[in-house]
Design a protein around this ligand. Structure first.
Ligand code: F6R
Length: 242
């Protein structure tokens, strides 16, 4: 595991974008695994700038997103589909048909999870998977558990997640109760992993996940076993590492 320390969020975003750009330049038809959340927004902004300056061409790449709420349609501004279009897909020359997000409107979970795993396999696997880190060590929607969930699966959101998300919805009843997520096995099969993390509020979990025991109670800790992980973290997020 490589840990790259950056000054702050902006510096983190620029360095992470450089690593993604290097991936696209060296393999123009690569498969990028993408994440939502606040951590990668600056990275996406920087990639858009590189595209606008003529330095980066997205026309050959394919993308697969980590996760999506079950029951939210694409037009819902809280869906991850919407997020990806707003922050990246609609701002660069990626081919829309080659962008993939789990289909939150597919009610049959087994069918959708199988489809998504097969889709990733049919693309030849993920070349570079971008991740954020949850405060409890989650990656994707893989929450602390007794075992590592291997494949893409449907998760029941915890009460605390539903509570935390309700500010984005008209009422708590509108908050999705379930989500589709790549599994830990799906993530671990990516050839490279790039995790971005910023802020003092993540310092405890960064220390635990990357310097503590490997345990499904801290899902991101499994990344210690991956052969090619780069963590790009700002000084605040690294302030508690041993
Ligand atoms: C996003 C995702 C989540 C986030 C994590 C961190 O697709 O799967 O695991 O990466 O919750 O979120 P932020 O970046 O908002 O702190």
């Amino acid at each position: 595991m490589r840990i790259i320390e950056t000054k702050d969020y902006t510096d983190m975003s620029r360095k992470a974008a450089n690593l993604i750009a290097a991936q696209i330049v060296t393999k123009p038809n690569c498969v990028l695994g993408l994440a939502t959340g606040s951590s990668p927004i600056g990275t996406y902004d920087r990639l858009v700038e590189m595209y606008e300056q003529g330095d980066l061409d997205f026309s050959g790449i394919s993308t697969v997103n980590l996760d999506e709420y079950k029951g939210l349609d694409r037009e819902n501004d809280q869906s991850y589909y919407y997020f990806m279009h707003e922050h990246l897909f609609d701002r660069v020359n990626v081919v829309a048909e080659r962008t993939n997000v789990p289909n939150g409107m597919e009610p049959d979970a087994d069918k959708e999870c199988k489809r998504y795993e097969e889709l990733i396999a049919s693309l030849g696997g993920v070349d570079l998977q971008l991740l954020g880190l949850g405060h409890n060590g989650h990656i994707g929607f893989n929450e602390p558990a007794e075992i590592f969930d291997k494949a893409t699966h449907c998760v029941d959101l915890t009460e605390s997640t539903i509570e935390a998300n309700k500010r984005f919805f008209a009422s708590v009843d509108d908050v999705p109760r379930q989500a589709y997520t790549m599994g830990i096995g799906t993530i671990m099969r990516a050839k490279k992993v790039l995790l971005v993390v910023s802020g003092e509020d993540k310092a405890d979990i960064v220390a635990k996940a990357f310097f503590g025991d490997v345990t499904p109670q801290v899902p991101a800790s499994i990344l210690q076993m991956h052969p090619d992980v780069t963590v790009v973290a700002d000084a605040a997020a690294l302030s508690k590492i041993p």
